[in-house]
Write a protein of this length. Structure first.
Length: 489
């Protein structure tokens, strides 16, 4: 009979044969976590399974990237409003805070709910809210009403993305390191795709601009007629909706595959068992020495304490990143007067996201992997240097504040700094995610298979902790460069 190690319970059976000396569960560091049987011999669907998890990784961060890349459109609806200067900081703070609460709840209850159910529900919700953002490009309203609508949509998208991310992390971690790497790469790939679409639409909208029209655009604080930004937002919100629909269809296919049912599918079976007759279940099972605690909160806190160095490292990565990107970096103006600021801003998003994807892709080569927790922590802390480097660039300060001449006056150097920041963001993130959930390389797991999905979901939640901290730090950094209270107009 099979040992239910994830619940701290096991079937009471008599060892009547040699089979009693073997476990039915087997783990492969580079392959799937197999349940109730040997590996399936038919691996023809393996590539399609990986592509499905790649799409799920994309879907997990698509809400965040759609909102960030739609910032230019959102700001055109707030021109002249006292909400305009601090909109990006509010948007980041609301999204990350709601996403954090969602992921913390999902992490604590990860052993009590079916991941597949959460994935289906969350993708459906994301489709609805992204569609509503697409419709908002056709509707004009007051700045305050639009501000409230965007923040409400951001909060709902954040909660849905939290449910989706934790469930996907749990399933992919059980399937193996390579599948988790596929999810991580998908998260960066969607950012590159959305940014590339934004660059293309921005290039079309500013094509033929003269130095005089660019100067007028800068003098007005970027207050154009908003048509280019509106069309760009409409395109990528619409494309995002279609992509999410395809992702939902692909995951429906995945859940019917034998490979899925024999690995991640056992989480759904355990959930159904808990919803059944508890008394009958207790009569058939008993405690297993050394198994996970029955209280999920105690279990999660134990995993957090043992793997705190990984969780802190990944949170600090995103705290540094969001302290300046995009709240500060979108204010950097090109030093070349012939380069339109709208295109410059779009390119700066693409450069960062390309670097992030490259950093994650590097981790697919074993020679570049670092498993030492102390080395990973050191790399995370060193990223603090990016904050002063970016503040030395041509940051635009509001009128009425003391002008500060930039030290770094090269647009190319600014982009290279962004590229390095993105690359280290993706690289250190991947190292933390892979190391925290690796039975082979993380001795803190002590060989406990039942902690693999918990460690993976907690690492994902640590990302959001860092985003929340960084979002609130951005208020302070912006106040420092503006010499004003960020909460005042």
């Amino acid at each position: 009979m099979t040992s239910i190690t994830n619940t701290g319970l096991g079937y009471r059976t008599l060892p009547s044969s040699e089979e009693a000396t073997h476990e039915d569960h087997e783990v492969n560091a580079d392959g799937p976590f197999l349940v109730n049987g040997p590996p399936t011999s038919d691996m023809s669907g393996d590539a399609r399974i990986r592509w499905t998890y790649f799409m799920l990784g994309c879907a997990g961060l698509l809400p965040w990237n759609a909102l960030i890349n739609g910032t230019s459109f959102f700001l055109t609806r707030l021109i002249g409003s006292p909400l305009y200067p601090t909109f990006t900081s509010y948007l980041s703070s609301v999204f990350t805070l709601c996403n954090l609460v969602s992921q913390m709840y999902c992490t604590i209850t990860s052993k009590q709910s079916s991941p597949s159910r959460r994935i289906f529900t969350s993708i459906t919700a994301i489709v609805l809210f992204v569609t509503s953002l697409c419709f908002s490009t056709f509707i004009q309203g007051t700045p305050s009403a639009f501000f409230s609508f965007v923040l409400f949509s951001s909060a709902c998208l954040a909660a849905s993305a939290g449910y989706l991310a934790t469930a996907v992390y749990a399933e992919a971690a059980l399937l193996g390191t390579s599948y988790l790497q596929t999810v991580i790469s998908g998260q960066a790939a969607v950012a590159v795709a959305v940014s590339a679409l934004q660059v293309a639409s921005s290039a079309v909208s500013v094509w033929g601009s003269t130095p005089s029209t660019i100067a007028a655009f800068v003098a007005s604080g970027g207050a154009g007629d908003g048509q280019a930004e509106e069309m760009a937002a409409r395109i990528f919100f619409g494309v995002s909706t279609v992509f999410l629909a395809f992702t939902l269809a692909a995951y429906t296919w995945l859940t019917r595959q034998p490979t899925y049912k024999s690995t991640a599918g056992h989480l759904k079976q355990h959930h159904k068992a808990r919803d059944g007759d508890a008394e009958e279940l207790r009569g058939l099972i008993g405690s297993v020495p050394g198994s996970a605690p029955s209280d999920p909160r105690v279990h999660v806190l134990g995993v957090l304490k043992e793997n705190f160095i990984f969780m802190f490292s990944i949170a600090y990565v995103y705290a540094v990143t969001l302290a300046v990107f995009p709240a500060i970096t979108v204010t950097v103006q090109p030093t070349n007067s012939n380069l339109h600021p709208l295109l410059f801003t779009a390119v700066h998003f693409l450069i960062f996201n390309v670097g992030d994807l490259a950093g994650r892709y590097i981790c697919s080569f074993s020679r570049f992997l670092v498993w030492s927790a102390k080395k990973i922590l050191a790399m995370s802390l060193l990223r603090t240097l990016f904050i002063p480097l970016l503040l030395l660039c041509n940051v635009h300060r509001p009128s009425g504040t003391l002008p500060v001449p930039p030290i770094i006056r090269s647009d190319i150097l600014f982009m290279l700094i962004l590229l390095a920041m993105g690359c280290t963001n993706g690289y250190v993130t991947s190292l933390c995610m892979l190391s925290a959930s690796s039975l082979e390389h993380n001795p803190r797991l002590k060989g406990r298979r039942e902690d693999v999905d918990v460690a993976a979901t907690m690492a994902g939640s640590s990302v959001i902790v860092g985003l929340v901290v960084g979002a609130f730090f951005s208020f302070g950094v912006r106040a420092a460069i503006c010499d004003c209270n960020p909460f005042n107009s």
